[in-house]
Design a protein around this ligand. Sequence first.
Ligand SMILES: Nc1ncnc2c1ncn2[C@@H]1O[C@H](COP(=O)(O)OP(=O)(O)OP(=O)(O)O)[C@@H](O)[C@H]1O
Ligand SMILES: [Mg+2]
Length: 198
Amino acid sequence: MKELTQLTTKERQKQARIFNEKVLPGIFTQLTNFNPKLAREIKAHSEWYPFKEVVPESQIHCGDASTGKTTKVMAAVINWASLRCLTLQRVLSFEIIGFASLLQEIRNTFKSGSEVTTQQVIDKYKNVPLLVLDDIGTCDVRDWSYSVLYMIIDYRWGHEKRTFYTSNYTLDQLAEMWGDDRLPRRIGDMCNGNIFEV
Ligand SMILES: Nc1ncnc2c1ncn2[C@@H]1O[C@H](COP(=O)(O)OP(=O)(O)OP(=O)(O)O)[C@@H](O)[C@H]1O
Ligand SMILES: [Mg+2]
């Protein structure tokens, strides 16, 4: 890994070219699988993801529907990847998933005959360098899937792994809804300084 300041102009240009030609299309494929409409819109508006020389840290965007929260985290994924590519960090993998889909993915592993184990799902979301968890909302904290979710987020918090969140609720509202403030506290701690209420 290199610091941006250590790169020569030529190296920067080369990495920028690699990013635009080889990396960005793959990122857009993953963003399109997650949300084709938003991916198409972002693609048409490169000004929505201006290149920033600072790696986006863990962050949460809370607020009303259709205020651009998901678009912002998708743009932040592109910023994260472009900086990693520029600083010659090869691991660019990320996961982007809706909260309800993640809970469903966890629940599916409880079914007999599931080809994927709960542990595999936990490991995937624990270890990925960047996780985007979209639309955190209602969930039953008495459900076993909440315990699994807790394990994933607790691990990412403890290992300071970059995680972007969006929600229609504030962290206080989530804690109230869930009757449990352990997860909202951890999310708040990870995103310290990057809690945006739109
Ligand atoms: N930077 C931007 N400038 C202009 N329009 C934008 C911008 N970002 C998003 N939008 C528009 O706002 C719409 C809603 O954005 P998005 O889906 O990201 O909102 P959201 O806050 O995640 O909504 P929800 O809470 O329903 O998930 C998009 O379809 C897009 O057209
Ligand atoms: Mg959204």
